[in-house]
Design a protein around this ligand. Sequence first.
Ligand SMILES: NC(=O)c1ccc[n+]([C@@H]2O[C@H](COP(=O)([O-])OP(=O)(O)OC[C@H]3O[C@@H](n4cnc5c(N)ncnc54)[C@H](OP(=O)(O)O)[C@@H]3O)[C@@H](O)[C@H]2O)c1
Length: 560
Amino acid sequence: MSSLPVRDTYKGKHILLIGGSGFLGKVWMSMLFHTCPEVGKVTVLLRRKGLRGAKRRLEKMINESYAFEPWHKSHGEGLTDFLAGRLEAVDGDLGLEDMGLDAATKAQLQGEVDLVVNSAGLVDFDPDPRAALESNVEGPMRLLDFVRGCKKAKLLHVSTCYVAGNRQGAIPEEIDVNVSPSGTPMDVRKEWEDARALYDQMAVDFDTPENHDLVNDEVESRIERDGLDASNEALVRNLTQKVYTRRLEKVLREVGMERAQRWGFPNTYTWSKFLCEGLMAKEADDVEWSLLRPSIVESAFAYPRPGWVEGFKTSGPLIYLLGTWFRQLPARANLPFDVIPVDMVCQGLFVAGAALLQGVHHPVYQTATSQRNRLTIGRSCELTALGHRKHLRTDGAGPLERLVLSRWDSQIEDTEPVLSVPNIRKAVLGFGKLLNKVPEGLPGGLTKQARNLAKLTKTADKQLKGVERLIELFKPFTTQNWQEYAASRLNEHEVMEEAFQFEPERIDWLTYWTDIHMPGLRQWSFPAMEGRSVERMRPANKASIREMVVNEKAAKEGVA
Ligand SMILES: NC(=O)c1ccc[n+]([C@@H]2O[C@H](COP(=O)([O-])OP(=O)(O)OC[C@H]3O[C@@H](n4cnc5c(N)ncnc54)[C@H](OP(=O)(O)O)[C@@H]3O)[C@@H](O)[C@H]2O)c1
């Protein structure tokens, strides 16, 4: 085993990062400049969002997301100068021809870039399958073509452990090219082309007078229900388009999901990621690449700060539910629940990227915990109950939460029933009705508390509706698949620096879950779930992309 000096390997290198606005991409970009300050340059390819182009998106991100807090802490008002000439954003989109890059930018990048890191993807489990193909298969294929045209670039692509589909048992760090998880032979290119042709044809076939009638009926009833202005042509046109698209996508989602499940995948997402891996393995031996497969990526262990998380990630809805008045979670207690903190995935990315740059890489690396430091569904539920108790006893809203909810333990029912959110919703609504029947005049304002809580159950029901689909989609993980992911390849490199050692054994689940992860979710995720705004970072000095460009230009011209 030869030693791998990670920091030195990144020194002076030009990295192209795709997916830098995502949860994982942000943390990796932030860690890169923090741990490898001598990296040459990072170009972040970002899609335009509304009127906001890549530069403005990047600037907003680094000034508002806590992922970049360590940059502000280390460099303060010198951050713009530190980043000048080393960080840039380009407009692009993996969904477009030539990744949406103009010819000059493309040529420049192809001449300069050493390593492309692709953390972009559509992570929705149940998407329109055309969108899944576009982001998770066709986008990466365009990226491969881009890398083929590069002078020296290599490609590090982020996949997922769950390409294993519904296979049971130990999952090795290997790629299955010709066999799907159901054991049926699969020609990945044919599957991609057949699926793409089918879904495009379905979209064409959907355009029938019968469907138009259904759409118009729905539009009319919504206009009546919501008291909208039927004479407003633009409004009616927009609403019609929306209803049409939603109905078409619903049909496609169902067909996409059935197709994925026939091949032995839990959902369309994992099917599309599997196709991408297979296509890379079969058709990209002219490119030097490596895959990194995380399991379920959750809040930070330590970087950018313990517990930082973005959006509503996997364990969030379950944890949220177990903190409400619903406390029964039917699931199989002994199933491994493979969760990995985002910064540990980043450590894996650093090592895999360095190995790739040095030409000593493996084709696949997994960053997972189930083999080396297993958490089970049952244990995660116990820890969740403990975390909620701790929180509610001191910070519960009102006496009902502090006195009752904090003592009401969650239970896991190890009876293999299906995790049924419709039942949870029934329970929540039933509980709301009960609360409305609480007699008047209870001491300590309890009647008022109960009435308020009844109102909250209505809100909770609305939220649960949204969570319902998500949790149903998680059934394979919470009730069916016993999987243990190998994660030893990263440690086959003799990594020189402590900062990049992949050591999932360091996670003490009790501490991580109750003192890091759950407080993180409470701060960064639950507000989003409840429709409240999530706290944004407000650094004393903002970094300016415009000034970075000016400073870089000046430095090149020898003025600075
Ligand atoms: N999160 C997990 O638990 C998990 C687990 C295993 C593997 N993964 C994999 O890890 C990667 C990152 O996941 P994440 O959690 O960071 O996802 P995320 O937060 O949803 O971010 C997805 C990123 O992909 C970008 N993207 C999507 N389509 C694109 C396109 N056509 N062109 C350019 N950029 C595009 C998004 O850009 P916009 O900001 O423009 O939308 C965003 O930056 C994905 O490949 C995912 O499959 C994630």
